[in-house]
Design a protein around this ligand. Structure first.
Ligand code: FUB
Length: 320
């Protein structure tokens, strides 16, 4: 009898284990970071037709190297925000003959069937970072330098004396008028001419608390949002306005410290009726970190008054 009881418990235990394992199979996939085999920083997403195009700088720093090593930008596309297809390298810092490297943060925007890619690189002769623009007939490239020279150089901006204040271009077209926002320490903006390759008027400044870098403009209903990297190491904060030219009202922290990366650089899009927050962190272990970053996506939600709910960074990310 004793033996029978023991056999009964053994069978029950093993069935329990099988059930546990089965439960394990149905657990949500760990979809963040969305690309696990390549380090990528500064994700800038663009919705075009039925797809999302994700552009980012390739973090190529060796494991023992503690600064950025970035020579090229990468592009991926997705129709569902879960499955990402890699495409051939569409643009390198060396494609800008006037530059001497550093494929830093960038953003692509479509206008009248052409795709304009605003990039930050190190200028070859004017000390400091500069902003250039490349153009293509396709979101996947090939892209080529649209100007043969920089659009913004460090000597055009005098608000700070640092040489890296002309970084992180973000572009937005509002009622036919294009705006370029950018900056480190000071957030700046300027109008662009319809050709997208010339500035139109004076460079202006937006006063934002603890602005570090990484401005991003998006619109939802009748509100404009200016999100940006706040302090250093970076959290992400945001301001709102009824006009793209401000005045901007600071609304608070949107995303907390990544913890495993000094920077967090975001982009925000709306795709098929859902808002998404796309950012980088240093989640790929054992070597991920501030100079070997990876891209994550989580959902973004609005309160009834238009303010943003704080981001919840997840391992699960976007599920099918
Ligand atoms: O990728 C280089 C720099 O790191 C970017 O320009 C900043 O926004 C930060 O993410």
């Amino acid at each position: 009898m004793k033996k029978k009881i023991l056999v009964f418990f053994a069978v029950a235990l093993s069935l329990g284990c099988v059930a546990q394992k089965k439960k394990g199979v149905t657990k949500p996939s760990e979809n963040n970071p969305i690309i696990k085999d390549t380090y990528i920083g500064d994700p800038a997403a663009m919705v075009y037709k039925d797809s999302v195009y994700l552009y980012g700088g390739h973090d190529e720093a060796p494991n023992d190297f503690n600064f950025y090593k970035m020579n090229e930008w990468l592009v991926y596309s997705s129709a569902d925000m879960v499955t990402w297809k890699k495409h051939p390298v569409p643009l390198k810092a060396s494609d800008f003959k006037w530059a001497k490297g550093d494929a830093w943060a960038a953003q692509v925007i479509e206008r009248d069937g052409k795709f304009y890619w605003y990039v930050c690189v190190e200028h070859g002769t004017i000390p400091g970072k500069a902003i250039g623009v490349a153009v293509s007939d396709s979101p996947l490239g090939p892209f080529k330098d649209a100007l043969g020279k920089a659009l913004i150089t460090n000597d055009m901006t005098t608000q700070t004396s640092i040489s890296w204040d002309d970084i992180d271009p973000a572009v937005y077209i509002d009622k036919g008028q294009a705006y370029l926002y950018w900056g480190n320490t000071v957030c700046k903006y300027v109008k662009l001419k319809e050709n997208m390759t010339e500035v139109d008027g004076d460079i202006k400044v937006v006063d934002l608390p603890n602005f570090t870098e990484a401005p991003w403009i998006h619109k939802h209903k009748d509100w404009y949002y200016l999100s940006y990297a706040y302090q250093f190491p970076e959290k992400l904060a945001y301001a709102m306005s009824k006009s793209i030219e401000g005045p901007w009202e600071y609304k608070g922290i949107l995303n907390e410290l990544a913890g495993n990366s000094n920077t967090n650089h975001q982009s925000i899009i709306e795709f098929k009726g859902q808002s998404y927050f796309i950012y980088h962190n240093g989640a790929i272990q054992p070597h991920g970190g501030s100079f070997r970053r990876s891209v994550c996506i989580d959902k973004l939600y609005y309160n009834n008054d238009g303010t943003l709910k704080r981001i919840v960074m997840t391992t699960e990310g976007i599920q099918k």
